[in-house]
Design a protein around this ligand. Structure first.
Ligand code: MSP
Length: 506
């Protein structure tokens, strides 16, 4: 296992409010980051905003304000949303930060000096909404961009190109590794872009003002994607490679994981590795490309006007409820759905009926039968549920390390169901009536131990509830690391409170 962990989300366009689709990527990254912390790794979690480009320039003009003023307002809203969702990032980078702008200019110069960037002319169809030149496969029968459903514009201008075509062998080797997940998207990228022959990428615009001008030829403004992709290293201080952050988190001691949505996978799996290689830097370990959140079978997106506002969901339910839905119901391999009915059903089935009920019953019985504190010193290490609990920790670690957050959650839920079944089978109320107090204490101790495990494993997801969950079963003190949890030496103090944690939504 590597010592450090660095996780990034895409930086979101500061062109409007964020929707549920954006919270998906960021929540997955936050969950994984918290998990890696529980594994004892030193972590760094980066998110931010992508603030240059034609789309934002136009939006600001429509609003009648300077672009910088426009993005300042939007960024406040981004940060507010992340706070409401309990996203604990270490840095929020803005592409309008002075350091970032200076670094991007230097990155451009380095690549130019290495002859990996050259001047030429470009002509092609450009989608302003995606900020991307389109190839034939990206355009539908009506001539619209397949992703944004808007009409691309014909652009012809002088531009600098990145020599992507030189990197075919490098990319073929990279794609041969396990760099991009899932395999389906890896195959798609390979088939559509690498196999047919790579084309050089236009990396400057002269028709655009709102961006970072090159040092060498300031009428050429750096293309949003070169500007944006660089954020992952400029945030660590690059090109100052002696910067402590860069030395630590872009080193071989660090596992670097990047989350992106499927429509921007091409930029991150092809152009980004080429840029890194050109700069002589290491590659990230994993690029995780996730599907879309759909609303009635189409992509939820601002340009399609079918978005769900995450703030309404958080205020109406809770941040934990939303984080849980994302973790459990939206596996990264395929597109997923978000509707309020599905959301409520997921909450009631898993959090109210399964976990909430389990904790409530256990709390109630320990309070009622033992005045809140079990003193039995029985050795329960051979009990089948103790064995299953410890196995669950190992399985969870394996799934999480494999970025299968939904599978990890499914395993926790299954264990919790077994615990509820255990209550039904052991019938503690009968044990009490029959005066079998030793056995009764053992049953409740097993539940107390097992719920502590369940809660620890859910803590990266249920960031606002886990403390209450632990309090309800008398586990005192700070959250344990996975290593400590596995020692199976839990101690409890007297339960003094009773609270319904996940109340059923009707
Ligand atoms: N600014 C670029 C990224 C630059 S990263 C160097 C960008 N921004 S974005 O705001 O349009 O979207 C960012 C992320 O949000 C992408 O990963 C995208 O997949 C994700 N999502 C946007 N809508 C989505 C859904 N409906 N569902 C899931 N994710 C979606 O692209």
């Amino acid at each position: 296992m590597k010592k450090n962990f660095y996780v990034t989300t895409p930086i979101y366009y500061a062109s409007g409010d964020l929707h549920i689709g954006h919270t998906y990527t960021t929540t997955l990254a936050d969950i994984l980051n918290r998990f890696k912390k529980s594994m004892g790794m030193e972590t760094f979690f980066l998110t931010g905003s992508d603030e240059h480009g034609q789309k934002i320039e136009t939006k600001a003009k429509e609003a009648g304000i300077e672009p910088k003023k426009y993005v300042d307002e939007i960024v406040k809203k981004f940060k507010n949303l992340w706070e409401l969702l309990d996203i604990k990032y270490d840095k929020f980078i803005r592409t309008t930060d002075d350091n970032h702008k200076k670094s991007v200019r230097e990155i451009f110069s380095t690549l130019l000096n290495k002859d990996l960037i050259y001047k030429g002319n470009y002509e092609g169809l450009y989608c302003v909404s995606c900020e991307e030149f389109l190839i034939a496969d990206q355009i539908d029968d009506e001539g619209n961009c397949k992703v944004s459903q808007t009409k691309p514009k014909m652009l012809a201008e002088e531009t600098y190109f990145l020599r992507v075509s030189k990197f075919a062998d490098f990319l073929t080797t990279l794609f041969g590794n396990d760099f991009l997940k899932p395999d389906s998207r890896k195959n798609e990228m390979f088939k559509n872009f690498i196999e047919p022959g790579l084309e050089d990428l236009s990396v400057t615009r002269i028709s655009l003002k709102w961006g970072i001008p090159t040092k060498e030829n300031p009428e050429h403004v750096i293309y949003v994607w070169l500007d944006a992709l660089s954020n992952y290293i400029t945030a660590l201080g690059y090109p100052d490679t002696n910067n402590e952050l860069f030395k630590k988190f872009w080193s071989e001691d660090t596992q670097i994981v990047q989350y992106v949505g499927k429509e921007i996978t091409r930029f991150h799996s092809i152009y980004w590795p080429v840029i890194l290689n050109g700069l002589g830097l290491r590659m990230p370990d994993k690029l995780i490309s996730h599907g879309w959140i759909l609303a009635k079978d189409t992509k939820m997106s601002k340009s399609l006007g079918n978005v769900i506002d995450p703030i309404a969901i958080i205020n109406g339910f809770s941040s934990d409820a939303l984080r849980f839905y994302i973790a459990k119901e939206l596996p990264t391999e395929r597109d997923g759905n978000f509707t309020e009915e599905l959301f409520v059903e997921c909450f009631n089935t898993n959090l109210a009926n399964n976990i909430g009920n389990l904790i409530s019953r256990t709390n109630n019985m320990i309070t009622k039968y033992f005045d809140g504190m079990i003193t039995s010193k029985a050795d329960l290490s051979k009990h089948s549920l103790t064995v299953s609990g410890l196995k669950l920790i190992d399985d969870y670690v394996q799934e999480m390390n494999d970025f299968q957050i939904n599978k990890a959650v499914d395993k926790i839920m299954k264990f919790s169901q077994e615990l509820n079944k255990f209550i039904e089978e052991e019938k503690p109320w009968v044990l009490e009536k029959e005066g079998k107090l030793e056995k009764l204490a053992e049953v409740l101790l097993i539940l107390q131990n097992s719920i502590t495990i369940v809660t620890h494993l859910l803590a990266p997801i249920l960031t606002k509830s886990y403390q209450d969950m632990l309090d309800q079963i008398g586990f005192e003190g700070k959250l344990l690391s996975i290593e400590e949890l596995k020692k199976n030496q839990l101690t409890f103090s007297k339960i003094t409170s009773r609270k319904i944690i996940f109340e059923r939504i009707n």
